[in-house]
Unconditional design. Structure first.
Length: 468
């Protein structure tokens, strides 16, 4: 479809496309310089091919997005929607000859309503910008991906992203009440609601969340907010085995506790953080567990969880006394991926989610896989919801090491499925994992998803080559 979209010669086709776009867009919104368009070709994923876009468009209004889609439909040109390109699955990677539709200029917070506890935003609003804005009204927008200072709400919706606080507050999908979506042919459709309840018809809003721009272009979102919680306090617990740390996670969750954060770092990650930041974490630490509570009496909750950690074999439990100490304890977790990148210069971040009861088996399996392929693989995990990020460190300039990195990555995904898990908890499928999506959902599942895409995108021009 991409190759046959225009029968004219390439230069003539390019000119026709650009002229048609400029008929409804200001000149500064249409970028054609190859050196500039190349910078929009891919997101942050490794091992994901990316093509060369014909043009990059940066609309500021819904009407401009509609014009882009009408033009793309008329000329049969593929369209790749993008946010900040902080994704880790290749979902925002360009196709050859495509229109890259960057929504970063649509960055207005249109409404914050403290009574209905909603915010209405455009897709280019940064997650951190929204969070700070609603905080001024005594509210919170809980989804907090690690890239929250850079990533956009539209990108979060497209990949159904998560974050550190998911164990208590849930993921992006649980906060998207309604959407305005420009369809492939340029029509504008509204889904969902702005009320606290609503069950009218099929839940098309949820269908778009996590669809990676393959069904339509989100141009406005109505998001649910919560009251701003109290300042959280953090506890750090050290263990002499990953198995003991995972046992502590199971005890905490089985005990009915609801931490605002429950994160795990394995030995490899702890050592990498020590090497980078000289934080003084004991060399004997095999696993570090961080738990936080934002309840009215967080100290009491930390004491209860600390006792469970000790019962599971923690060698040391350190609860914070105040917010400043809590931030110091969280510093190691926030440095994890940066520290692992410093090991060899290149990382490949997996995103396998397993039942909490299988977390220990996954960590043990990752350690075996690291030994098998002679690679450094560190694991950080949103332990409270079983979402792990095994991070493969390798030298991208070494072909053999790159091959081993990719094979180890695939073997970790296979292990996750064997343990009853899923290939992605929050990063999405994109290009990187589309063959694994087929394995997870099976041929009938793939066929049904393809039929859904056919309804919304009969020409197949929306983010082709992603998901399946």
């Amino acid at each position: 479809m991409i190759m046959s979209r225009i029968e004219a010669a390439p230069d003539e086709a390019q000119g026709n496309l650009t002229d048609r776009l400029l008929a409804g867009l200001p000149a500064e919104a249409v970028l054609t310089d190859p050196d500039v368009t190349a910078s929009y070709a891919h997101d942050m994923a490794s091992f994901c091919p990316a093509g060369s876009p014909a043009v990059v468009v940066l609309p500021r209004t819904v009407e401009q997005v509609q014009h882009v889609m009408r033009t793309a439909t008329a000329l049969r040109v593929p369209v790749v929607p993008q946010g900040a390109r902080t994704g880790l699955s290749g979902a925002a990677n360009a196709s050859d000859g495509c229109i890259v539709l960057s929504l970063t200029k649509m960055d207005r917070i249109l409404e914050i309503d403290p009574v209905d506890r909603i915010a209405v935003v455009e897709p280019g609003v940064l997650n951190a910008t929204l969070s700070r804005a609603v905080n001024e009204h005594g509210l919170a927008y809980p989804p907090d991906p690690s890239s929250w200072e850079m990533c956009t709400i539209g990108g979060n919706i497209g990949t159904a992203s998560g974050g550190l606080c998911c164990v208590k507050y849930g993921v992006t999908a649980e906060y998207v009440l309604g959407l305005d979506v420009v369809l492939a042919d340029g029509r504008l459709m509204s889904t969902g609601r702005r009320t606290a309840k609503g069950v009218a018809g099929y839940d098309l809003t949820r269908l778009f969340v996590g669809s990676e721009g393959s069904l339509g272009i989100v141009v406005r979102a109505t998001l649910a907010l919560r009251p701003r919680p109290p300042q959280q306090l953090v506890l750090a617990a050290e263990f002499d085995s990953a198995a003991a740390a995972c046992d502590a996670v199971c005890r905490i969750m089985a005990g009915g506790h609801l931490p605002s954060l429950l994160e795990l770092m394995d030995r490899t990650t702890v050592k990498a953080v020590n090497a980078l930041a000289r934080m003084g974490l004991p060399d004997r630490t095999e696993a570090l567990l961080l738990a936080a509570f934002d309840t009215p009496d967080p100290a009491a909750d930390l004491a209860a969880v600390g006792a469970l950690c000790e019962a599971a074999g923690a060698t040391q439990v350190v609860p914070a006394d105040d917010a400043a100490e809590s931030e110091l304890l969280l510093k190691a977790r926030r440095l994890s991926l940066t520290a692992l990148e410093a090991v060899t210069g290149t990382t490949m971040i997996d995103d396998v989610c397993v039942p909490r009861s299988k977390l220990g088996e996954l960590l043990a399996g990752v350690e075996r896989i690291a030994g098998k392929y002679a690679l450094t693989i560190g694991v950080v995990a949103h332990a409270g919801d079983g979402n792990t990020h095994p991070t493969v460190c390798f030298d991208a300039a070494d072909p053999d090491e790159s091959r081993r990195a990719r094979e180890s990555f695939d073997e970790i995904m296979a292990l996750g499925l064997e343990l009853g898990g899923t290939i992605t908890g929050e990063h999405g499928v994109g290009v990187l994992k589309k063959e694994w999506l087929a394995r997870e959902i099976g041929p009938v599942g793939v066929e049904m998803q393809r039929q859904i895409k056919q309804v919304f995108d009969p020409l197949g021009i929306l983010n082709p080559g992603k998901l399946f």
